[in-house]
Design a protein around this ligand. Structure first.
Ligand code: SF4
Length: 244
């Protein structure tokens, strides 16, 4: 199985993606937890309606209780720190409420395709909008900076095309932290390119997993959160440089 996040990780550093396959995931972090909670709140808004200010903290606690308790325990936040997280999520939610949401047709939409025997591609799009003749718009909301969302958007377009036998009209990523936004109109050629990249990722990950071998290590800012950092010379050199 290749998920959207594993695909993105593979493109950054194949060895880190292999580590995920072996069960080594980055430790829980406060920004990741804040992002997860914010996404639950956005989905709640889209499916159950706006959340009043007076009930916002209670809504956050309900969402944590429904799905995020293990992550919260791993973080070991004190009650006052959790209040701080909820305040950050409230600020993100205020920006989210200013977005145009016309044509909304689904939140946290799971996509899955089996392009070859034994190969499952999977992802979950934050929201899908129906733009009439323009087709479907797939949206990914970021709660930090936008970074490089193009590979992830390409993977969603591929999944959509495989699952629905049709290209989405548009794919977009929007940062609620910085206001940055990027959108693309997927093309058949672009989707085929992503399909070839995904197929190569699956092949290389499978081979290395089966043989117990290693893959290329590509160091960068992402090494900071990599669970392999301690044993990885390239990653340690990169983080030392970034900290200098
Ligand atoms: S520390 Fe960096 S270079 Fe090393 S495996 Fe992790 S992401 Fe790759």
């Amino acid at each position: 199985m290749l998920s959207a996040s594993a695909f993105v990780t593979f493109r950054r550093c194949p060895e880190q993606a292999l580590g995920r396959m072996r069960g080594l995931y980055p430790a829980e972090s406060r920004p990741a937890f804040t992002g997860n909670l914010a996404h639950r709140i956005f989905a709640r808004h889209l499916t159950a309606g706006p959340i009043p200010d007076a009930g916002f903290a209670a809504a956050c606690r309900e969402e944590i209780g429904a799905a995020l308790n293990p992550k919260l325990s791993a973080l070991r936040l004190r009650p006052r720190q959790l209040d701080g997280v909820i305040e950050e999520v409230a600020a993100l939610y205020q920006r989210f409420r200013r977005l145009g949401l016309e044509g909304f047709s689904g939140a946290e939409v799971p996509l899955e395709a089996v392009p070859a025997e034994g190969v499952t591609l999977r992802g979950k799009v934050d929201a899908v909008f129906d733009e009439g003749e323009g087709g479907a718009r797939l949206t990914d909301w970021k709660t930090g900076s936008l970074g490089d969302p193009v590979p992830q958007l390409g993977f969603y377009a591929l999944l959509w095309a495989l699952e629905r036998q049709d290209l989405p009209g548009r794919v977009e990523a929007v940062s609620l932290a910085s206001g940055e936004r990027i959108e693309e109109v997927p093309s058949r050629a672009g989707v085929q390119e992503v399909a070839a990249e995904a197929a190569e990722a699956v092949t290389r990950l499978r081979r290395a997993f089966a043989s117990g071998g290693h893959l290329d290590r590509i160091a960068g800012p992402w090494c900071r959160w990599c669970p392999l950092l301690e044993e990885c010379e390239e990653g340690r050199a990169a983080t030392a440089l970034l900290d200098a």
